[in-house]
Ligand binder design. Sequence first.
Ligand code: SF4
Ligand code: SF4
Length: 217
Amino acid sequence: MTLLSNRQTRARVVETVVIIYGVGDRRIVTELFPGEWLNLLYSCTSQLVLSLRQMNHLLENWEQKAKDKQKDNKYFVQKLQSKRGKGVEKLLPELHEEAFSQIDCLQCAGCCKTISPRFKAPDIKRISKYLGLKESVFIDTYLRLDKDEDYVVKRTPCPFLGTDNYCSIYEVRPGDCENYPYTDSYDFFKRPNITYENSTICPAVYYILERLKTIMK
Ligand code: SF4
Ligand code: SF4
């Protein structure tokens, strides 16, 4: 039997109540936690459950909502520029964690299906070596130059994306793939047009923009 610390026990109790409360059966809670315990637990968890529901709600049908909010979101990311250096960026790591606690990249793969990372010289060198190909052969087989003279994949979905949404070169993937969607970096504010564009591709970016709108109201 595993011994739990007081902190772990409290966490387990709250977690249980959240789950029971979440399915909406107050009778079960009453039986488990009678009297004052019940009121205390209800007041502690109801706010938490409400927040969790609101967070989940944000991602429902997010693609359509992102399209509908194009104008608003463009304006909002521009407005974020003026907030740089005023503490807003400190919110990003937590919001990034929050978003990805609800989103599974393996269920999504939206970025790998719709846009290409840049393959910079070190990326090309690393990936060619990993695949056992000459750099020139790797480039000829998979890449083309875009309008900014960057190497990108010839077409999307990315040729390294498997049908199970796993990346076949994950250990050596391009730096862009590693950093995407830039939701825990300063780039989120620094490049408003890209952040806006990403909010229509990546649910995490959409989610974080919506959360920031609420927080900054
Ligand atoms: S679009 Fe965003 S959520 Fe989807 S796989 Fe890419 S990084 Fe993950
Ligand atoms: S290299 Fe891998 S992570 Fe990057 S776009 Fe292609 S499949 Fe996705």
